[in-house]
Design a protein around this ligand. Structure first.
Ligand SMILES: [Fe+2]
Length: 229
């Protein structure tokens, strides 16, 4: 089992495969770990953590923030919170109302950035995910969750079929169902254009692998059907 992968200065990625039903059906996702404030850590979109993962994180620093960045990536927040009880939990707007077990977490808000000196953040309005995007300036990385995909040969059988069926396997596309998730195209495009003004090259995604370079062009391509409409 591969552990934390360094992907930049003060930045790591951790991929874990989760069983998503009582049938042997698996999907993978990534957590991004950001060093903040010198020796603290922010866990973005937690994945299920094995004891070795928790040890590795403890070696890196003190977990200060746990972030559920959109309405869909919250399932392993409780486990991360139990492992790092001193951490503040920050959740996408509306998430706590949907999942009361996340009581005690605070809502992500653009006017209350978590670590303004190191991470810019912006809520992407007009999309049902209510996702907050993060920009890590030191490594020129845009950290997204379900607003970008890079699914390739690392995918398991179910994932391969799933993303292939939705037009996003080994292609610069978001799965087709995102067309139905856009609730306000104008707001979405405005928010998205703001993300594209950040000076990033690397792109972190929840599903697939990190795009180490060329992330901006890839992201534009993924959403071309909306941006150019
Ligand atoms: Fe996802």
């Amino acid at each position: 089992m591969q552990g934390l992968e360094p992907i930049g200065e003060g930045l790591w990625s951790l991929r874990r495969v989760n069983r998503i039903s009582r049938w042997p059906v698996h999907m993978s996702s990534h957590m991004t770990v950001v060093r903040v404030g010198g020796s603290d850590l922010l866990l973005h979109s937690p994945v299920p953590l094995a004891p070795a993962d928790i040890d590795a994180l403890l070696q890196l620093g003190r977990v200060r923030f746990i972030v559920a960045p959109n309405l869909y990536h919250y399932k392993f927040v409780a486990q991360a919170r139990a492992a790092f009880p001193a951490a503040e939990v920050w959740a996408a707007p509306g998430l706590v109302a949907l999942h009361p077990e996340l009581q005690g977490s605070r809502e992500l808000a653009d006017d209350h950035p978590l670590v303004p000196a190191e991470l810019s953040q912006r809520l992407v309005l007009g999309h049902a995910a209510h996702e907050t995007a993060f920009f890590h300036s030191v490594s020129r990385t845009l950290i997204l969750t379900d607003l970008a995909y890079n699914v390739g040969r690392e995918a398991g059988l179910f994932e391969t079929v799933f993303y292939w069926a939705h037009g996003a396997y080994r292609r610069r596309r978001v799965p087709r169902y995102h067309q139905r998730l856009i609730t306000d195209r104008a707001r979405f495009v405005a928010a998205f254009e703001a993300l594209l003004r950040w000076d990033f090259d690397q792109l972190c995604v929840a599903h697939g692998t990190v795009l180490r370079t060329g992330g901006k062009a890839a992201l534009r391509e993924m959403w071309r059907f909306v941006l150019a409409a």
